[in-house]
Each structure stands twice: as C-alpha cells, then as structure tokens.
Design a protein around this ligand. Sequence first.
Ligand code: IPE
Ligand code: IPE
Ligand code: MG
Length: 243
Amino acid sequence: MSKEIFETLPKIPTHVAIIMDGNGRWALEKGLSRLAGHKAGTENLREVIEASAEFGIKYLTIYAFSTENWNRPKEEIQGLMRIFRTMLDRELNNLHKNGVQLRHIGRLDGIDKKLQKKVHESIELTKNNQTLVLNVAFNYGGRDEILQAVKHIVANGVNVENLDDAQFEKYLYTAESPDPDLVIRTSGEFRCSNFLIWQSAYAEWYFTPTYWPDFNKKGLHQALVAYNERDRRYGKVKQVKGK
Ligand code: IPE
Ligand code: IPE
Ligand code: MG
C-alpha cells in the first residue's frame, strides 16, 4: 500500500458501493487474456478494503458478478468462479483479522456447491466482526432482487395496504445494510448495470476512467473528496445560512 498521507475529510459516507469494471479492457490493452485482468482485479482489492476501513467507511459493497454475466463465454464464467474461490481462500484470514464482516448479496443457487459452502463458512466465521461490513454482490441483479422481494411478500401474505419503503426493504438482500451514500464505477462507463437499483435512489455517483485493477487507495480518496463537494438535498431546497 502507498505511504502517501491522505487529508482527513469532514464527511465520510457510511456505505460505499463499487462497480468494479474494466478488468477485460485493462488486460486486453496489455496484450493479456481477460482472465488475467480478472486476476489482477483481485490484487488491488485488499488495498481498497483496508483503505475503506481506514477512512472510516462502515459498509463496502462490491459488484463482483452480475446476473447478466452468465451470458459471457463459458470459460470466462468458470474462470471467474475459480478466481472468487481462490480469493476467498487467500484473503479470508486477513479479512477476519482486520475485523471485516463478510456478507453475500445475490443468489447462491446456480453456483458451484463447493463455492457455496466456502461462502457460508466465511460468513459464519466473520459474523461478529465490527470494523467493516463487506457485502459481496456475486450473482447479483437489482431486478432479480426486487422480484424475489415481491415473491416473498406475496408468499408471506403480507398486507400490502400498509406496505411502505421501510417494510419493503426488509425483503431485499441488503436488508441489514443502510442505503449506499456513494456509488463508484470504474472504467469510464456511465451506467448502473442492474446494481442496487432500489437502494441507490439517493446515492451520489462517482465515475472514474481508471480501470478496476488500477483503482487503489488514492482513487478511493479522490472519490471521497468529490463526495465532500456534493450537496445532498433529497428533493428539498438548499439550506441558505441566515435564512
Ligand atoms: C468487470 O470487468 C468484472 C466483471 C464484470 C466480472 P469486465 O470483465 O466487465 O471488464 P470490461 O468491462 O470488459 O473491460
Ligand atoms: C457490471 O459490469 C458487473 C460487474 C462489475 C460485476 P459489466 O461489465 O457486466 O456491465 P456492462 O455489461 O458493461 O453494462
Ligand atoms: Mg465491464
């Protein structure tokens, strides 16, 4: 990790969510395979997670595999599953030691049974950690999440007469996390790609052209600086001093 000193900022978002995009282009520009890009995209993750905790972020959500990513070539999908498993094996102890509580959002069905087991064990091991909650969005889709919520509500016979935002959110994968304050997307794409579509209704968005494998502590700090310049109004009018 770089030894640079980072300015302390007045506002730190409680929950930061990241669309880790651009692994493929990072690799192709270097004459490497897309999978080499995905591997590289796990190398910087430790730095970003540790920096998040250091900056005082309490929830970090990372988009690792979308419900639409099943439409990629079979070899790439298998490679991504392998990389995710290797990453868990490699990082779990370190995450646990650093007080990171691991959670999964999305669907575990459809994923290799051994990987499912590994995910369950990791969640169990870290469930009492308090420094940082790390939500891993793997096989996650925002539309799928909302549909699942609706199905549960119907199946549970909930009285929809009184259904409000707060009650609905209890059925989302993120029921235990506050809404994201800041969503970061790397690689210069300006879209949400089915990520946290309900939860990010009032999030601040930050886009950077940096490809994910090159995104680091400094990049995260720049996103936080931009966040500090935002004025979150939630539909109200700006408060003017003295008025
Ligand atoms: C993001 O990188 C990782 C996943 C979607 C799994 P991409 O693989 O989308 O990289 P680009 O967008 O093709 O460069
Ligand atoms: C979003 O990136 C999903 C993840 C980062 C896991 P994609 O690369 O799949 O999104 P699109 O296809 O460019 O919208
Ligand atoms: Mg992409």
